[in-house]
Design a protein around this ligand. Structure first.
Ligand code: EPZ
Length: 424
């Protein structure tokens, strides 16, 4: 097992090229199964989640090349002339929940699917009731047994007019993929508005889908009989960009993030400015400077986009743990996304949990410590804490980190961080 060793206490100085978005890559890769023509996706990040999905898609019949010719422009070329297998096994789906979304192209294109229930994960139970409800309303026959969803339909999917109880990102992706091939006009209300939903919709439109309203609460889709191949770039990873902006706010220094869409994280950057960080942007470059010791405490409450992203909550907590006073962090999306609290406490952080709220009493500085990652974004918060703590810290179970951050230690090292990946 690998671990990451960090000798913290020095500022970050330099520039970082932000990779393609994990949470856009996964739905866009899955959408390539909707057509028998060739789909090319570039700027794919080099992540274990992507590699797992490549394996799953190959098992379903996709011919895939993952060309890692250069770090910045990894490219996936995918052609699925026909679906050769309609089963997504538990072994793959349990490793990466978004694999469950392959049910959409399997049922929409092939009329049959056997997909493992995703099960829960470290941050929550992760139910799929909205997915099942949509499948039923579109005419699929469902059977849940042996830990799998068996779905089938003899004709084309029926269009549906559906209102979501919660603007679920995954369910919105699922709806977009199925309704693009349904027999008529579908409408989803209270849809997710995340940039990754917009990226998927734009890709489907390039494939011939007829979609309007993506990025707003109401999306209208007029189904077509077939979708064509296409060639698209994966948009930048706003969560990676936000993570580095928080990191330099904690360590001090000055970094420039390249290939970012600053608007997608402007709520975070506004809060960082309130907390004492200097931010400026120039096109798709975001400059973050922290040249003072004051970290003004800020209260946050996570929410669906454009609210504060739950995927940045753990990282922001690491910063607030160094704040000049008390801040509260309310997690509204997942019921167990505070696993990082105990590990941050090992650095000396003073955090109390009251149901869905963390009360953070800022301290002057962290002590270095050995810690253990518990889930993807929690591992980033531990890196931020270790970079700020003077002395040597180690972070174990960094396979969590590799799911969603592409070569994070190289990027940090290029900004002066003393960070090494080692064998445990
Ligand atoms: C996506 O997960 C992201 N994953 C998550 O990122 C992200 O945290 C989340 O959206 C919220 O922004 C990917 O894109 C691969 P949800 P998703 O459905 O779609 C409830 C990361 O770290 N719900 O938008 O699974 C559920 O209980 C990951 O990159 C139902 O109740 O999240 C939870 O409260 C973590 N029933 C909330 O929605 C359902 O059928 C989850 O929000 C579906 C969801």
């Amino acid at each position: 097992m690998d671990l990451i060793e960090i000798i913290g206490g020095s500022p970050l100085e330099g520039e970082i090229q932000i990779s393609g978005s994990k949470n856009a890559s996964l739905p866009m890769m899955i959408a390539s199964l909707l057509t028998k023509e060739k789909v090319e996706l570039d700027n794919i990040p080099n992540l274990s989640d992507v590699l797992i999905l490549v394996e799953l898609m190959k098992s379903l019949g996709a011919e895939i090349q993952f060309d890692q010719s250069s770090d910045l422009k990894n490219k996936i070329t995918c052609t699925t002339k026909e679906i050769l297998n309609t089963e997504a096994s538990y072994n793959l789906v349990r490793k990466m929940r978004a694999s469950f979304w392959v049910l959409a192209p399997l049922i929409a294109r092939h009329g049959e699917a056997k997909v493992s229930l995703p099960g829960g994960c470290a941050i929550g139970t992760r139910p799929i009731d909205f997915y099942l409800s949509i499948l039923k309303k579109m005419g699929a026959t469902l059977d849940l047994k042996e830990g799998y969803v068996f779905a089938s339909i003899k004709s084309r999917l029926k269009p549906l007019d559906f209102s979501l109880d919660f603007p679920s990102v995954g369910v919105t992706h699922f709806f977009l993929m199925m309704s693009s091939l349904a027999d008529g006009r579908s409408i989803i209300k209270n849809a997710a508005k995340e940039p990754e939903v917009i990226a998927l919709a734009e890709m489907l439109i390039k494939m011939g889908a007829k979609i309007k309203g993506h990025g707003s609460d109401i999306i209208i889709v007029d189904g077509v009989a077939n979708l064509n191949g296409t060639k698209v770039s994966i948009p930048p990873d706003r969560i990676e960009a936000g993570t580095f902006a928080i990191a330099v706010s904690a360590t001090g220094g000055s970094i420039s993030l390249k290939g970012v869409n600053p608007n997608e994280i402007n709520l975070l950057t506004n809060l960082l400015e309130q907390s004492g960080t200097k931010i400026s942007s120039d096109g798709n470059r975001l400059n973050i400077k922290k040249d003072n010791k004051i970290i003004v405490p800020i209260d946050i409450s996570t929410a669906p986009y454009p609210g504060f992203p739950t995927d940045l909550q753990a990282q922001f907590m690491a910063l607030m743990a160094l704040g000049n006073g008390r801040s509260t962090i309310k997690e509204n999306i997942f019921e167990n996304r505070f696993m990082h609290v105990q590990e941050l406490a090992r650095f000396g952080a003073k955090i109390k949990l009251k149901a869905d709220t963390a009360i953070v009493e800022g301290i002057k500085e962290f002590n270095s410590a050995p810690v253990m990652a518990t889930d993807l974004r929690a591992s980033a918060s531990l890196i931020i804490a270790a970079l700020s703590a003077k002395g040597k810290s180690s972070i174990r179970r960094i396979y969590h980190l590799d799911r969603g951050f592409d070569k994070i230690e190289n990027k940090l090292k290029s900004c002066g961080a003393k960070i090494e990946r080692k064998r445990d």
